[in-house]
Design a protein around this ligand. Structure first.
Ligand code: GCV
Length: 848
């Protein structure tokens, strides 16, 4: 096979650009290349492969994914191992990395690869010696498979796994491995925390789509093969004729990476966009309208993937408007797509958000199953029900959705949320694969014999379905590190790896990701992997243990603590805590009957508090605060202990991270440190708010005397105030003491008098940082200014509450009895320089 001089020159240029952008530089690291940095390996890691990796790369076949495979191999080997790898056009005598489809390789280079098959989109990596030359063969079942094989080889080199005698076949576990991006066409992202959209801006597709290609590359490296680029709360206009060429530009950039484009649609579009009098799915004009839209799209994007549809949910219109079923709705769209090979993802996230909270039998957790189980078998073969992993909505702990077990004759995909909506919105580090893995491995005891874990159900294995798989709500943004937190990238990595192979262990995933993203220094690998692996249980401990769900502001930003926000409204995320007890009774015997939606082998585990696992107790049962857990501890004491343990663990993450100084590049070290430091402060807010709320509700004191007893803390309300006025905070538990102080003037001061014996102290100023302005703070000790800062963080709230609660810590401050710490606040643009407290802790109590 020959390539022209022109295309060779172009290829060199492209390679140059790749190398510039992605070779691991010792200087600033922005996180943009994520796990595909191809940074030079340390010699111990490099030595495992340096001599066995040929420096010539021969690609067989001219498709774009195969070209990409070749470019990646050259860039990766050069970056990680050095030397001068190059693309060649003939098989060199000294051996090569040879990449092509199995069919092409067998035709062009007989004898290179033995007989044998590779499953759909899979690959075969094989070290082989032919006529004395050692080759590394990447044989894909398809063009995509070649690309996946190339990325796998590079991953193995990156983590230091020897490939000297590799002979490995691999293929994806399920055909559907897609991501959803909840991007609005104005460029904002619903529940996105990494900046604005990489796809949209100002009501159209962005001019500069360079991040789209980079994202396609990251997705391809994980084997992800589809992406929807607009919000499931969809804007009808995306289906208009003027948008088709725009979205086709995006599809063109993703195609070389083997990623198909998908659009989210609004079910009312035939009426709102098509100007038909109806959007009734059984109306012939509506049927024709959907067909015409699909035909138009496929003319411009021949490999278009299909549609995602959120209907009859959270205010979206749906088939109920005409008394039609979800199957009617899914099928009208499915039939428009079917002639082109497209699929429709119909979201199982359907519930009534105006439920009567007074009715103890009402239960949002039942909704998906109640809605879809009766329709099993009525969906076309290219319709897939996309089901959130739990029955509520991505809470910190939920049981597995029973709907997975209920649909035997319907295709399914599991929806996992990569973006950290209820998980600290990338301001907290929470590595989600351990949570996902629990669901994927959960046996629902359905089907005819043998285990039926969720992964087997959604992939189509259990019920012998033609398709199914994994969908991740990703929501990357233009921020250089994609998510707003370097460590959050591991969630996309973990999603992709589990979608490819849900049998992988989370320890392996964390280890791989850390090595590829931060290098192979053993201390770095150990520390970061441990932080990641412990982060979800830790987050659960301080935000919603025992199945309480995330105790956040569920009617607001879904971020900060607000214990009662879930109650007395129609959204149905109730925990029903009162002065006697806590938890939702979902039993068959006395509750909502949700537990009866599971097969008997599962429901008998949940139906009694005695059998129910502690971590789901309050999801399934209403119990008195004195109820004893399996450990023997009372529920109320567990709530206290868990919050104190969680907050302490985050502080430990920060200390562990500090041990990596000089071992991680300075830029990422500082950014992750700032994030963990903030998280440490927020975990204390959660700890204090939740434990105080439950102490008040239950009237039962903490056995260990910590709750409502904060040594060294001086409330701002008790300080000597000049200009500052006391303000009640809502919800009350999110400010310490009786509230906060706000400055209604140009500037105000609060003087805190220290009464203890002289010594060295850490002084924490707890203040509020809302997002309207950038208030300034100055701390004075006597005549000396000892700290100054501006409250200009991107906290997701305008209100003084748990979300905006922030802290500034002054270390090693010498104080003598009677000294006064004066905090001066200067408001800005509606931000009132509000203060909560000052806490003075001896340095000797600081943990090392
Ligand atoms: C896109 C939750 C989120 C919404 C999201 C919805 C969904 O309710 O808070 O932002 O809407 O889930 O998954 O459709």
């Amino acid at each position: 096979m020959r390539i022209s001089l022109y295309s060779r020159t172009i290829r060199r240029l492209v390679l140059g650009v790749i190398l510039l952008a992605w070779s691991g530089s010792a200087g600033a690291e922005t996180g943009q290349p994520a796990w595909l940095r191809y940074a030079r390996l340390d010699s111990a890691t490099a030595d495992r492969n340096a001599r066995v990796i040929p420096r010539s790369v021969l690609t067989v076949g001219s498709s774009a994914p195969i070209q990409k495979a070749g470019e990646e191999l050259v860039a990766g080997v050069r970056g990680m191992l050095g030397g001068e790898p190059r693309l060649v056009t003939q098989l060199p005598a000294e051996g090569a990395i040879i990449a092509g489809t199995l069919t092409d390789l067998r035709r062009e280079h007989p004898g290179l690869i033995p007989d044998g098959m590779v499953a759909t989109d899979g690959y075969w990596l094989k070290a082989t010696t032919v006529r004395g030359a050692r080759h590394l063969v990447i044989a894909g079942q398809s063009d995509r498979g070649v690309l996946y094989g190339a990325f796998t080889l590079l991953r193995k080199i990156g983590v230091g796994e020897s490939v000297a005698s590799i002979d490995q076949k691999d293929a994806p576990y399920a055909p559907i491995r897609w991501v959803n991006e909840w991007n609005k066409i104005d460029g904002s992202i619903e529940r996105g925390y990494g900046g604005r959209s990489i796809f949209w801006e100002g009501g159209h597709i962005r001019d500069d789509l360079s991040r789209v290609s980079e994202y396609g590359r990251l997705l391809a490296s994980l084997g992800i093969n589809g992406i929807s680029i607009n919000n499931v709360n969809a804007e009808p206009i995306v289906l208009s004729a003027e948008f088709i060429p725009q979205v086709a530009r995006v599809a063109d950039l993703l195609r070389p990476w083997g990623v198909r484009l998908v659009l989210a649609i609004d079910f009312g579009s035939p009426q709102s966009l098509g100007k038909l009098p109806t959007y009734d799915p059984l109306d012939p004009a509506v049927i024709a309208w959907w067909k015409a839209r699909a035909d138009d799209l496929y003319k411009a994007i021949p490999d278009f993937g299909g549609f995602v549809l959120k209907a009859d949910s959270e205010g979206r219109v749906g088939p109920s408007a005409y008394g039609r079923t979800h199957a009617d709705a899914a099928n009208v769209v499915a039939r428009a797509l079917a002639p082109h090979g497209g699929v429709i993802f119909y979201r199982g996230f359907v519930y009534d958000h105006h439920m009567d909270w007074n009715n103890p039998k009402n239960d949002r957790a039942r909704a998906a199953n109640d809605n879809f189980r009766p329709l099993d078998g009525q969906f076309d073969s290219n319709a897939i029900i996309q089901i959130k992993h739990g029955p509520i909505d991505f809470q910190v702990r939920e049981p597995t959705s029973p709907l997975f077990g209920a649909l035997e004759r319907t295709n399914q995909a599991i929806e996992l949320q990569i973006t950290q909506e209820y998980f600290g919105q990338a301001r907290h580090t929470v590595f989600l694969p351990p949570m996902w893995k629990e669901t994927l491995d959960f046996d629902l005891h359905v089907g005819s014999g043998g285990p039926s874990p969720v992964k087997a159900i959604v992939s189509g294995r259990t019920f012998h379905r033609p398709t199914g798989g994994f969908v991740g709500v990703s929501n990357v943004g233009l921020n250089a590190n994609w998510y707003g937190n370097h460590l959050s990238q591991a969630n996309l990595y973990g999603f992709g790896r589990l979608a490819w192979n849900p049998d992988l262990s989370v320890a392996q995933i964390a280890d791989e990701w850390t090595r590829l993203t931060f290098g192979n220094d053993p201390l770095v690998v150990r520390t970061i992997s441990r932080i990641q692996l412990e982060s979800w249980p830790t987050y659960e401990r301080y935000t919603g243990p025992l199945g309480l769900q995330t105790l956040t502001d569920i009617v607001g930003n879904h971020y900060g603590v607000a214990v009662e926000a879930s109650e007395r409204n129609g959204w149905g995320q109730w925990h029903r805590a009162d002065d006697k007890g806590v938890g939702m009774d979902r039993t068959v015997k006395s509750g909502t009957g949700f537990i009866g939606q599971y097969a008997p082998a599962v429901s008998k585990q949940y139906e009694t508090a005695e059998n129910c696992p502690d971590d789901l107790l309050l999801f399934m049962h209403h119990v008195p605060y004195t109820h004893r857990l399996h450990s023997g501890k009372s529920v109320i004491q567990y709530i206290y202990d868990s919050h104190y343990a969680g907050a302490a663990e985050v502080e430990q993450f920060l200390r562990d991270w500090d041990g990596l100084k000089g071992r991680v590049d300075d830029e990422r070290f500082a950014e992750v440190r700032a994030q963990l430091d903030y998280q440490t402060g927020q975990a204390i807010v959660w700890r204090d708010a939740v434990s105080r709320w439950f102490a008040k509700a239950s009237g039962i004191a903490d056995e260990r005397g910590r709750v409502n007893n904060y040594p060294g803390r001086i409330e701002a309300e008790a300080a000597t105030l000049t200009g500052y006025v006391v303000k009640a905070v809502t919800p009350w538990e999110t400010a310490s003491g009786d509230g906060a102080v706000e400055c209604p003037a140009a500037s105000c001061t609060a003087a805190f008098q220290f009464a203890g014996p002289a010594g060295k102290f850490d002084v924490t100023v707890r203040y509020f940082d809302v997002n309207t302005g950038a208030a300034r703070f100055r701390v004075k000790l006597g005549e000396h200014t000892v700290a100054e800062w501006t409250a200009a963080d991107r906290i997701p709230t305008r209100r003084i509450d748990g979300s905006s609660s922030a802290r500034y810590v002054l270390r090693d401050v010498s104080l003598a009895s009677g000294d006064t710490i004066v905090v001066e606040g200067t408001p800005d643009a509606g931000e009132t320089a509000a203060l909560d407290y000052v806490e003075i802790q001896p340095v000797t109590s600081r943990k090392q």
